[in-house]
Design a binder for this molecule. Structure first.
Ligand code: GDP
Length: 282
């Protein structure tokens, strides 16, 4: 998994490198995970991206709850932050990024044309926390495999511009910022969606967090996948996890059960879930 452990030195370096790269572009593609759009943002971008046009890209929409995704898009739009939902894995919505880029940069394009520039080139870069799909998006926009799915903080190599086949040029190396790790709830959500290195959290904590929602929202899938009954679902969650462990034949290895649950959620086996709540907005 493309995740790393972040130390202050990494963070300072990432900040410097992303800040430097941003000076070269007209628009930032801020990539987030549609299942955790708020938890997978790095607030630093508001600071270092100030004055730059930005497009928020909610990727992995194929795994998120569609109504919640729509709610988030409306919420961001209401804040004046243009946002699109895509599924880069299956090349869905890539055209939306291109169309929205033209809308967001319409004034810039007009100004360039007034100056006599015939073929206005729009310069963009992808920025986001690890594992949200930056490299996949880059490859889809480029129409070929460019980015190694990288796991190094910041922007490491000498960058090159990639033509997308449209009038957009992209920096070939995405800007990588660190995930939020102060808030334990955010940590669990990121762990559940694969945004934090698997060795950095306790699987049972994350599985119990997931189970609370799963039992409430998809009890039938839970019963079917983990061989439990309606009566079992009445138990406290830690007891339920033990019952599942026994039913799955894992003796008392509840860590193993926890990993089964986490991986099932990551694959979307129990359905499409959004783990952040859509903020209230007018
Ligand atoms: P990066 O670290 O931000 O560059 O993320 P990657 O592009 O390496 O993607 C991380 C993982 O998410 C990979 O396993 C991708 O195949 C997967 N992925 C990327 N985009 C999508 C998407 O839209 N849907 C799904 N289901 N998986 C995706």
């Amino acid at each position: 998994m493309a995740t790393i452990q972040w130390y202050p030195g990494h963070m300072a370096k990432a900040r410097r490198q992303v800040t430097e790269a941003l000076t070269k572009v007209d628009i930032i593609y801020e990539i987030v995970d549609a299942r955790v759009p708020e938890s997978s943002r790095n607030p630093l971008l508001d600071e270092i991206g100030q004055g730059k046009k930005r497009l928020l890209v909610l990727n992995k929409a194929d795994l998120a709850n569609p109504a919640a995704t729509q709610g988030f898009i409306e919420y961001y739009q209401a804040q004046g932050l243009p946002a699109v939902a895509i599924d880069a894995q299956h090349t869905k919505g890539i055209q939306r990024i291109i169309a929205e880029t033209h809308t967001v940069l319409a004034d810039y394009i007009d100004r360039q044309k007034t100056k006599g520039v015939r073929n206005v080139l729009l310069r963009a870069m992808c920025v986001g926390v690890p594992n949200v799909g930056k490299s996949t998006i880059l490859n889809r926009l480029a129409g070929r495999n460019i980015a190694q799915t990288g796991n190094t903080p910041g922007v490491t190599r000498a960058q090159q511009w990639i033509k997308t086949g449209e009038d957009i040029s992209l920096l070939d190396t995405p800007g990588i910022l660190w995930p939020k790790f102060e808030d334990p709830l955010v940590g669990k959500k990121l762990a559940l969606t694969g945004g934090i290195k698997d060795t950095l959290f306790h699987a049972d904590d994350v599985a119990l967090f997931a189970l609370e929602t799963l039992v409430a929202q998809v009890p039938d899938e839970v019963k079917h996948l983990y061989r439990v009954t309606d009566a079992d679902l009445q138990q406290d969650l830690p007891d339920l996890l033990m019952t599942m462990t026994a039913r799955l034949g894992f003796k008392d290895d509840y860590d193993r059960t926890s990993w089964v649950i986490i991986n099932d959620v990551r694959k979307g086996k129990l359905g499409r879930f959004t783990w952040d709540a859509v903020p209230q907005h007018a």
